[in-house]
Ligand binder design. Structure first.
Ligand code: PLP
Length: 392
């Protein structure tokens, strides 16, 4: 393969995006000072100023007010904080009896967290939440005097398929349900506005947008919304999340959010052109390849391809050796090989689902990456095809 020595192609932004230079710079400058953002002295005030600037940038990314951003250690923690059956909403506890979650949510939602009861909702063959299924579940629970919290992600991490969040929120409101939107993959890749979406809680993760790992946020629709804190301790984050804030990681999160937001429209166009070419050239040059979620509105950077007669994990390893980094299925806790619950929910037959790999582009992706990736797929797929299936 015509690959320059050492040149790797990173097509796994949905797992973790490379650190943006602006985020790196923001984190590095925090390491110069010792300040704790809760201290009253000059160093503390400097850390506080950095933290609040980051909060404003993160709020803008979600179309929310800065005081509605609660910094956490990542989206998993943000989701655990938001998925509580009795959050305080403007001074009143909103008691929810059940969590209704689309079947394609991330495992961090499907764990249900502090909910004792959860029901999953069907999606269609393209992986979009079935709004009729949501409405009938809402009606059934409302008729039994039960209130729901509905979890619907903005965009799926495996397929990139956009979910009908605003429509789901409208149905939920009509049945007095609360709504949580996991916007981890959509953030920085499409416009988000909490008030337009009309959701109560929204989760974000810094490392998916080019910040550092270990930072995220739960964004609240209004400052009067108070999820029940999971950690007892100091009064950080307005008493909603105890523990000294990770100022360098939050600063990097803020810088990544500001950069992603400033470049949102141009990057969406650039990435969708790269992604479409990548997809087209692979599909056109190899037999037995399908695009999952094709025909649905998708994120501009993501494609989930399935290869007939190929085992995804064999392909991932062979491509890794050829210098191309991709993942099979969701691969959030990489290395784990298991059937994708997203493809199962889309009723993709097992023989197709077993050969599914995800390519996700981002700020560091360029035309050369597409050329090199296509070239590698053309070489590697015929080599691994059938072999791994027969071996299994
Ligand atoms: N939600 C979605 C859609 C994700 O893709 C991920 C991570 O892949 C998470 C939540 C968890 O994010 P974090 O790694 O910040 O805990």
């Amino acid at each position: 393969m015509a690959r320059k020595a050492g040149r790797r192609v990173y097509l796994d932004h949905n797992a973790t995006a490379p650190l943006r230079p602006q985020a790196r710079q923001a984190a590095l400058s925090c390491l110069e000072g010792p300040g704790n953002a809760s201290s009253v002295h000059a160093e503390g005030r400097a850390a506080r100023a950095i933290l609040e600037r980051a909060r404003t940038h993160v709020a803008h990314l979600a179309g929310a007010e800065s005081r509605c951003v609660v910094f956490t250690s990542g989206a998993t923690e943000a989701l655990a904080l938001g998925l509580h059956p009795s959050p305080e909403m403007d001074g009143q506890f909103a008691q929810c009896d059940i969590l209704l979650a689309s079947a394609v949510e991330h495992p961090a939602v499907l764990r249900g967290h502090r909910f004792a009861e959860m029901e999953t909702l069907a999606v269609d063959s393209r992986g979009r939440l079935d709004l009729d299924a949501l409405e009938s579940a809402l009606k059934r629970h409302a008729a039994a005097g039960r209130r729901a919290m509905v979890a619907v992600m903005a965009a799926n991490n495996e397929t990139g398929v956009l979910q009908p969040v605003a429509e789901a929120a409208r149905l939920s409101r009509a049945h007095d349900a609360l709504v949580l939107c996991d916007a981890v993959q959509a953030a920085g890749r499409m416009k988000l506005d909490m008030s337009v979406l009309d959701v109560d809680f929204l989760s974000l993760s810094a490392h998916k947008i080019g910040g550092l790992q270990g930072a995220g946020a739960l964004v609240l629709a209004r400052a009067g919304h108070r999820p029940l804190a999971m950690l007892a301790g100091g009064g950080q984050e307005r008493g909603r999340r105890a523990g000294t804030e990770n100022v360098p990681a939050c600063a990097a999160f803020g810088a990544a959010a500001a950069t992603a937001l400033a470049d949102l429209e141009t990057e969406a166009l650039r990435l969708s052109a790269l992604r479409d070419r990548l997809e087209r050239e692979i599909v056109d040059s190899l037999p037995g390849v399908r695009v999952m979620g094709a025909g649905a509105e998708r994120l501009p950077n993501t494609t989930l391809l399935t290869f007939e007669d190929v085992r995804a994990e064999t392909l991932v390893i062979a491509l890794d050796l050829a210098g191309i980094s991709i993942s099979s299925g969701s691969a959030c806790s990489s290395g784990k090989v298991g059937a994708s619950h997203v493809l199962a929910a889309m009723q993709v037959p097992a023989e197709w689902a077993g050969g599914a790999i995800r390519l996700s582009l981002g700020w560091s992706s360029c035309e050369d990456d597409v050329d090199l990736a296509v070239e590698a797929f053309r070489k590697v797929v015929p080599r691994v095809r059938g072999r791994s299936i027969r071996a299994a």
